[in-house]
Design a protein around this ligand. Structure first.
Ligand SMILES: *[C@@H]1O[C@H](CO)[C@@H](O)[C@H](O)[C@H]1NC(C)=O
Ligand SMILES: *[C@@H]1O[C@H](CO)[C@@H](O)[C@H](O)[C@H]1NC(C)=O
Ligand SMILES: *[C@@H]1O[C@H](CO)[C@@H](O)[C@H](O)[C@H]1NC(C)=O
Ligand SMILES: *[C@@H]1O[C@H](CO)[C@@H](O)[C@H](O)[C@H]1NC(C)=O
Ligand SMILES: CC(=O)N[C@H]1CO[C@H](CO)[C@@H](O)[C@@H]1O
Length: 586
């Protein structure tokens, strides 16, 4: 195969170089080259530059939380919070519904739940699905009732012979759980029922997010028949100074084999995970711990950080996530909502707001101390031509373009090998916050070992790019510390976007282990997986120049030490997601 890469040596700082305003490229290599910033031919102009090619989104309007994911008769169901009337959130939201055979291509259906009854007339908010014995799906969701209180309602499919479960019936006994003076639940803070699990005593349990003053709460309910629910007097779990807990997700993970577990599974080889979404900061965190069945309590493992400074599925734009057990493939799959970083006005111009991230499989890491995530294997069906990166050492101060892929819609997976650690910078003990460290030492700041990584959604003369990269430090106890960053500061010339830089420390030992990085690039979203899924960062970006055929992809190293790189990149086909009937038939 021809060398798909050519290298471009730069002098010291990228910023120095950029200040001259030019980077000389050896000839034109894109169908839609924009080197001179000339008026672009109309064939190269994207009508909707930010619409995604393979991330889930409906044709228009606002979406937020993924709801009640499930598999039924080998069909995957994805419900999501949807405002049929506009690009902004509105309380009287509905459950939109799509189904899929592969979690990649989706068919739209009519809304599954709409506000219609006194117990949900002001909105059908988030909830979860449970598969009852006899393969009978059930949905618990939060309704906003006619008094604007948050109550919990149950719905069943109308026709179990319909694999698409197109119609749902809200049971007449609703609401099944309500806030009262007696139970001391605040009617504004009582939402997002979890998937229910069955204990060995044959009783069902589920948790609901809440708060008491600033303490975040997971309120436990129990039932023998799934219809009559009683609040358990003690709190299942709580954490001070968390504020409101939204979307609690509680599930088992295996500590002996790389498989997912049904939500009701328990036993000696099982750990439990509690994930909560913090309403106050719009961030999530999870802990790994033990589920005490006798006392019906969850205890996070010793040393768990119970705030958004703790473990997160994703250190970027990712919220209101929910997992489910895929019984067809024995895996647990995680969905999350990635909201826009653009202004409300730009959302109106686009006509839509919000994406779902690529479903990820989640497993307990071998260390038992964190989870690892990876894009579902089905996504690889969208990969087209593979472009192998030549196995080279990228010298400090160089960048190499990856040619031959549609850089605005791509998947790239690379591994870095470091043989010389001599020039590693020392980690200042005050540098404890990875996000702040990534903002201070963004991609343009020259380092010792790193920054090295990818420049994605880059315009040809690098006025715009999003940098996903590593920096390695040496701590005072002589351990290497790996920092992963997603730097959006130069992602767009449009100043109205939120360009916050994100960061995470990745638990990889770079001396003995290879350091990998995978990025799913899709027009306005960059989902990155560091250390084989030990740290994930999702960013939303809106380049003005680096759109469609004008987009470039680079590997780079602005450290002093050379780094060996191997890997591949793929152009990604467009998934079939909620197309019109006409397109479906094409
Ligand atoms: C239930 O669904 C099946 C499969 O789609 C369909 O053949 C049948 O007519 C449906 N029954 C009713 C009562 O709608
Ligand atoms: C909540 O705060 C109020 C005052 O702000 C206090 O009186 C009350 O005891 C607190 N409740 C709990 C459960 O801490
Ligand atoms: C909760 O406490 C009340 C009295 O405080 C008691 O009557 C009730 O049985 C308890 N419920 C459970 C499920 O333990
Ligand atoms: C959505 O994005 C905005 C701006 O980037 C951010 O401030 C907000 O907290 C986000 N909300 C959620 C729920 O993620
Ligand atoms: C939920 C949703 O947005 N569904 C849409 C799927 O696509 C069809 C055709 O474009 C629309 O009519 C639906 O509204």
């Amino acid at each position: 195969m021809a060398l798909m890469i050519f290298s471009l040596r730069i002098f010291f700082f990228l910023s120095v170089l950029l200040s001259f305003g030019v980077i000389e490229l050896e000839g034109s290599h894109h169908a839609c080259s924009n080197l001179l910033n000339l008026e672009l031919p109309s064939t190269c102009q994207a009508k909707e530059p930010y619409r995604t090619g393979y991330h889930f989104q409906p044709p228009k309007n606002w979406i937020n939380d993924p709801n009640g994911p499930l598999i039924y008769k080998n069909v995957y169901h994805h419900f999501y919070q949807y405002n049929p009337h506009g690009v902004a959130w509105s309380p009287n939201i509905v459950w939109a519904h799509s189904t899929s055979n592969d979690l990649v291509n989706w068919i739209p259906h009519d809304d599954a739940l709409n506000p219609s009854e006194p117990f949900d007339i002001n909105g059908c908010w988030s909830g979860s699905a449970t598969i009852l014995p006899g393969e009978k799906p059930a949905i618990f969701y939060t309704g906003i009732n006619s008094e604007n209180e948050q109550v919990q309602n149950l719905a069943f499919p109308k026709n179990l012979s319909d694999p698409f479960l197109r119609e749902w019936v809200k049971i007449p006994q609703n609401p099944l759980m309500i806030p009262t003076e007696a139970n001391q639940i605040n009617a504004d803070s009582f939402r997002d029922p979890s998937t229910a699990w069955l204990g060995s005593d044959n009783r069902w349990r589920l948790v609901i997010g809440s708060k008491q003053n600033q303490t975040g709460l997971a309120i436990l309910y129990m039932s023998e028949d799934f219809l009559h629910w009683t609040r358990v007097n003690h709190t299942f779990h709580s954490a001070k100074e968390n504020g409101m807990w939204e979307c609690p997700d509680f599930f088992p993970v295996s500590n002996s084999s790389p498989i997912g577990l049904d939500t009701s599974t328990n036993g000696p080889d099982v750990k439990h995970v509690l994930k909560v979404s913090l309403f106050d900061t719009a961030k999530e965190y999870y802990t790994i711990g033990t589920y005490n069945l006798d006392k019906d309590l969850y205890n996070p493992d010793k040393g768990s950080e119970e705030s958004d400074l703790g473990l997160r599925y994703d250190y970027g734009k990712f919220y209101a996530s929910k997992s489910f057990f895929d019984s067809a493939k024995n895996r647990r799959i995680l969905w999350g909502w990635s909201n826009e970083s653009s202004s409300a006005n730009d959302d109106i111009k686009k006509g839509w707001s919000g994406l779902q991230t690529i479903p990820r499989t989640i497993l307990l890491d071998e260390s038992g101390k964190q989870l690892v995530q990876w894009p579902i294997e089905e996504l690889e069906k969208l990969r087209t031509k593979q472009v192998r990166l030549p196995r080279i050492v990228i010298e400090g101060g160089s960048l190499h373009e990856v040619l031959g892929v549609t850089a605005a819609q791509a998947d790239i997976e690379v591994t870095f090998e470091i043989s010389d650690f001599e020039k590693t910078e020392v980690l200042d003990p005050s540098w404890t916050d990875p996000q702040i460290l990534c903002s201070k030492k963004d991609a343009s700041v020259y380092g010792g070992l790193g920054p090295f990584g990818l420049l994605v959604l880059a315009s040809e003369s690098l006025q715009e790019y999003t940098a996903v990269f590593y920096r390695i430090f040496k701590s005072h106890n002589n351990k290497y510390v790996v920092l992963m960053c997603s730097d959006q500061s130069r992602s767009s010339l449009n100043e109205n976007n939120d360009k916050t830089t994100y960061g995470a420390f990745v638990d990889v030992d770079p001396v003995h282990e290879k350091l990998s990085l995978r990025s799913l690039i899709d027009h306005s979203i960059v989902e990155s997986f560091g250390g084989e899924g030990k740290a994930c960062i999702t960013a939303r970006v809106y380049p003005t120049l680096a759109v469609d055929g004008y987009t470039s992809l680079y590997t780079f190293n602005y450290g002093k030490e050379g780094v060996k790189i191997t890997g591949s990149a793929w152009s990604m086909r467009t998934a079939k997601i909620n197309r019109s009937r006409k397109e479906e038939n094409e």
